[in-house]
Design a protein around this ligand. Sequence first.
Ligand code: G
Ligand code: G
Ligand code: MN
Ligand code: NA
Length: 253
Amino acid sequence: MWTENNLRRALANNELELHFQPQFSLDGRRLVGAEALVRWRQPDGTLIMPGQFIPIAEDTGLILPLGDWVLGEACRRAADLLRHRDLLIAINLSAVQVRRPGLAERVAGWLSAYGIPPSALELEVTESVLMDESDVVTETFSQLREMGVSLAIDDFGTGYSSLAYLKRFRVDKLKIDRSFVSGLRAGNPDSSAIAEAIIGMARSLRMQTLAEGVETEEQYGCLVAMGCDQCQGYLLGRPMPYDEFLAFVRRDG
Ligand code: G
Ligand code: G
Ligand code: MN
Ligand code: NA
């Protein structure tokens, strides 16, 4: 298992990198954005996935410098990507980062350092983050909203049953968890009941929907039929290193 010291060294030695998974509109299959996902590249080339080190970073507080690195690196890459194409770049935030005062200022600082319009950045949090009723969290998201940064709920539907937080925060997008996507079957209404309910609710509340984990054309077709807005998944593109994503962007036009 990785230790705090391993991870501290990884940060100091610049061993982290962001991979990018493309996101597409379901009407027309256009590339509209990407989710940035952190990886740890060992000196021997081995790639460590975030599930193996983000929990340690969260427990030790290293998620604060790590999260700030992700934010800066995502903005640096976004600046380059935006020269080629209009894209929305999404990053994941941990609860620890959101509870610490000053996140909105950090975001503003990175955006201006790289000359990125706030509308090009999306922040993903899980439902549990928005269940926090503290003033810091409320204030942070209200500042970010004011700036024009968008907010998406990750793994939507797997967290809490209370939706009261949707009244406190303006949420732009619900990311439908892949557990509700994997079973989608054409001509089988039971398989799509939950995804359909989420899409209907999002529409009434003027939020967008993005389906995660789309792996087959059958799932894709079901999502189009249900009026889902966007998707990401292995069918259309895996998370890939930056250079590969840039080539993808330039090819896909
Ligand atoms: O990359 P993978 O495809 O294995 O992602 C697994 C999970 O790791 C994602 O669902 C996401 O929640 C988390 N994750 C990936 N990158 C980041 C990051 O930069 N910050 C945080 N806090 N979590 C991340
Ligand atoms: O932030 P979040 O927990 O949603 O991170 C997305 C995770 O889902 C990453 O680990 C990513 O590698 C993974 N992922 C992306 N597309 C697919 C897919 O089509 N199928 C599966 N099983 N996993 C995917
Ligand atoms: Mn995510
Ligand atoms: Na997710």
